[in-house]
Structure formats: C-alpha cells, structure tokens
Write a protein that binds this ligand. Structure first.
Ligand code: AMP
Ligand code: ZN
Length: 471
C-alpha cells in the first residue's frame, strides 16, 4: 500500500519511497522555548503527530527527531533583532537557562494534554554546540563561508539553486523576509552561522569556537542535529509554512553544501492557524495558549478534534464559535461510541474480513496525504453500519484512535458534562422529534447517549426534563 505526501519541494503529491524500506526518518522543527506555545504552533505539532501515527498505522517504523531551540533564534527568522531567549529572561527577570527549562516543560505539558507523542529523540541546541561547530568547519573548508565583523556568514551565492524550496526569485525572497541592509553581508540573504560576542557583548550563552567565543545561528542547529540523529539522507522534514522561505531554505543550503548531495526527500509543511480577526503574534503578547482555551471551558482534545476536521495544508480559522461546534460534534461522536461499547455483548461476532474492509478504507484516507476529514467519514460509516457487530465496531474504533488520539473509547470526565447544556438541549429536541415520528429506536439511542454523558432524562406530562445523575 503506497503512502502519498505533498512535497513542498516538488510541489506535487508524491508516492513515499523511503531510504530504508519500511522505515521513516522524520525530523520536525521544535519550539523556541522563550514563551508558551500558541495554539497555532500546536496545530503544527498536532499535524506532525498525526503524520507519524498515520505512517505507523500503515506499517512504517518511524524514528522521529525534534530539536528544542534554546539559543540563537533572533526576533526575526533572519539575523535581526534581539535574542528571543534573552528577551524572555528580561521579561521575567530570570536567567536564560531558567526560561528555557520552564518553557520546554510547559511545551511538553501541552503536548501531553493534546496526546502529541514525545519524539524518539528530543535534542536541545545548547547540548549540541560541538556538532554545529564541526558542520560550520566543514562549510568553511568547502568555501561556503566568510567572516565579517567577527561573525561567520554563509554565502548563499556559492550554493546553486538557493531558492529551490521557496520557488521564488532572490528579489522576492528578499522582499518577503524584509531583510535589513547589513553592511557585514555580501548578499542581504546571507545568514549567520556563528555569532561572536561582537554581536551581543553581554550574551550569557557563549561557547568557545575556532572563530572566537560566541553562539550559533538558528538554522545550523537543525542541520547539525538532524544529520547526527537521522543520517545524511532524511525521509521527511516538517514544519510550519513560515519556515519555507528562510529557515528551511537555509537548512538546505547548509546541509547540502556540507554533504554534497540531496539531503531531505520530502518536505511537508503545515498551513497556519489564523484568528478570526487576524494574526496571532507572540511578540505582541496577545496570543492564545492551550491554557487560555481550557479556562474558557474547553478540553485540550476539543482543540485536537477541531484541528483534525480540516486538512493540514489548508489555513484554519480559529474562533470560539467554531471551537464550540467542534466540541459539540466531538462529544456527540464520543457518546455514540460509548453507547456502542456499553451495549456490546460477549457472544457477538468478530469477523476479521469485515474488520479488514474498514481498516483498509481508513488507511486509504490517511495515506492520501492525511485526508483526515475523509478518515472521519469512514469512522462515521463504521458507527452507522448495521452489518458490523458492536464488537467489530469497537475493534475498528480503537484502531482508528491510534491515529486520531481522541480517547474515543474512554468515558467522559465529570467536568465535561456540566458545561454542555446546549448539546443536551439539541439532543432532547432530536429525541422529541424522533418520538413524534414514532422512531423509538432513535429515541432510545439518544437516551442512551445522554446516559453516557451522565445525564438522566425525566419524561412527564409537562414535557421532558433532564438532570445530572448522582447530583
Ligand atoms: P516557533 O516556536 O516559533 O519556532 O514555531 C514552532 C512551530 O509552529 C513551527 O513549525 C512554526 O512554523 C509553527 N507555527 C508558527 N505560527 C503558526 C501558526 N499560526 N499556525 C500554525 N503553525 C505555526
Ligand atoms: Zn529547524
């Protein structure tokens, strides 16, 4: 069974052919740990998590490596502005090391809530300085670097086809990244490999290097660490689309110049999450975190469900109304599944060939460049299909949930129930309608669904009321 992915380099959907059959080496750019991740960042990590789990579902053995940027990332993705870690330290009156530790932990707490699996290798930039120095040395030996005002720069004009990933002209790239005129650079798109302390005199994170004490540029960490852990040919490299014109373009220039051959076989980029009213910006401090949406009555998995309803290559517009709709349909879906589980009887049939049909249907969708909306349609078909036994349905749903990670088979938490009066009213309305039409089985089904949400229905002459059980 072939797996198809959209490759940002070829700009086509491609059949995945891995370096080693049956295995995937996957590198994803990790967070810059100077602040909380916003829900846009988290959308990208959800996409990468689903990619990994989809590959695994279809039989691949995946090795996933992700970096933690705890040094070297300046305010702009090019080389301008202040160091993000130092900015965080100043803002909170802490050391850069404390900031890095705190926000790395916060990031993984968010991931845990969102059921984003921890990568096989998580590598911190500050723990791989020597690997970066070695790579810069290699580039220097091969003539791709120059020193200007104490810093080591990468000379993009030495690298053939620098613009191939972005597919833009040099002028368009310059305009897009709004590079400032920097008299140290031969070409405005040249970028720093190593900053000596001529850049920031009081930089706290500093290491010795052949070029003087200082710290690495941002892009070199991903080249150095991905090659270290995944070898010279990487199957899939991911990130958000903002990384195409600068970060990934520069990663390619560094890695391919050093290695002397093609480095990544498939580039996959997640589109942005945008707010109803515009862009989210960390620097302005007005960004939405997972904790904020939790404070507003949502569960992390409501957000995961919301992300999975659209394709990763499409922009996703966030609003609380849209999240509420997602929460409602997620709960409806779960209560349907719970009622299947609860009504499963011991002696029900379990026919492998019937399971196989839907197992393959689901796989067909996820290996079509992660067609998650269609994968959910397959899940609905399973739920509705009267020819499948409840036992067979449960087996399938449990398998699908290995990719979706929505705790589809787990009981509702008590807290989930109280907030959702709108959904309960909707279900009651539907039940009344069913009763009017003498559709007793649907009416019973709804009573059952509500039961699993811990809601008891009381029918009387005055109408139908409901209450939370055990209260
Ligand atoms: P950063 O911590 O800024 O390096 O970003 C972490 C990841 O989030 C990167 O893969 C970015 O490309 C991605 N990203 C940044 N903003 C958004 C957004 N609004 N929506 C989706 N992904 C984003
Ligand atoms: Zn990177």
């Amino acid at each position: 069974m072939d797996f198809f992915v959209y490759d940002s380099m070829s700009k086509n959907k491609e059949k995945l052919v891995t370096v080693e059959p049956g295995k995937v080496g996957m590198y994803t750019c990790g967070p810059t740990v100077y602040n909380y991740a916003h829900i846009g960042n988290l959308r990208t990590y959800v996409f990468e998590d689903v990619l990994k789990k989809s590959l695994r579902y279809t039989g691949y053995d995946v090795k996933h490596v992700m970096n933690i940027t705890d040094v070297g990332h300046l305010q702009s993705d090019a080389d301008e502005g202040e160091d993000k870690m130092e900015l965080g330290a100043k803002r909170e009156n802490k050391t850069v090391w404390e900031i890095a530790k705190f926000y790395e932990d916060a990031f993984f707490e968010d991931c845990e809530k969102l059921k984003i699996e921890r990568p096989n290798v998580v590598c911190r930039a500050t723990e791989h300085i020597q690997d970066m120095i070695n790579l810069i040395k290699k580039l220097e030996e091969k003539g791709y670097t120059y020193i200007s005002n104490g810093n080591v720069y990468y000379e993009i004009d030495k690298f053939e086809d620098y613009t191939k990933l972005a597919n833009l002209s040099i002028e368009e790239l310059e305009a897009g990244s709004r590079v400032e005129v920097d008299s140290n650079k031969k070409n405005p798109l040249d970028f720093v490999l190593w900053f000596t302390n001529s850049k920031f005199k009081n930089q706290i994170m500093q290491w010795d290097s052949p070029w003087g004490r200082g710290f690495p540029g941002w892009h070199i960490e991903c080249s150095a660490m991905s090659i270290k852990y995944l070898g010279e040919r990487i199957d899939i490299h991911c990130g958000g689309i903002d990384h195409i014109p600068v970060h990934h373009t520069n990663e390619i220039a560094q890695s391919e110049a050093a290695l002397g051959h093609r480095w990544v076989n498939y580039w996959m980029h997640g589109e942005f999450l945008v707010l109803d009213g515009g862009k989210m910006s960390k620097s302005k401090g007005d960004f939405l975190t997972l904790s904020k949406i939790e404070e507003n009555g949502f569960d992390a998995l409501d957000y995961r469900y919301f992300c999975l309803q659209s394709r990763y290559r499409k922009q996703l517009i966030f609003s609380y109304e849209a999240l509420k709709d997602a929460q409602n349909s997620y709960r409806k879906l779960k209560s349907k599944i719970l009622s299947i589980i609860h009504s499963t009887k011991k002696d029900e049939s379990l026919v492998e060939s019937r399971i196989e049909v839907y197992r393959n249907k689901f796989a067909e969708q996820i290996r079509d460049d992660l067609n998650m909306p269609n994968a959910f349609t397959v899940l609905s078909e399973v739920i509705k299909n009267n020819e499948l036994s409840n036992k067979e349905k449960s087996v399938l749903i449990e398998e699908f949930d290995k990719v979706l990670s929505l705790e589809l088979m787990e009981e509702f938490k008590k807290d989930d129930i109280e907030v959702d009066e709108k959904l309960i009213d909707k279900l009651l309305e539907e039940r009344n309608h069913a009763r009017k039409n003498k559709n007793w089985s649907r009416a019973d089904e709804i009573r059952d669904e509500l039961e699993h949400m811990n809601i008891e229905i009381i029918d009387s002459k005055e109408g139908t009321k409901w209450k939370i059980k055990n209260k």
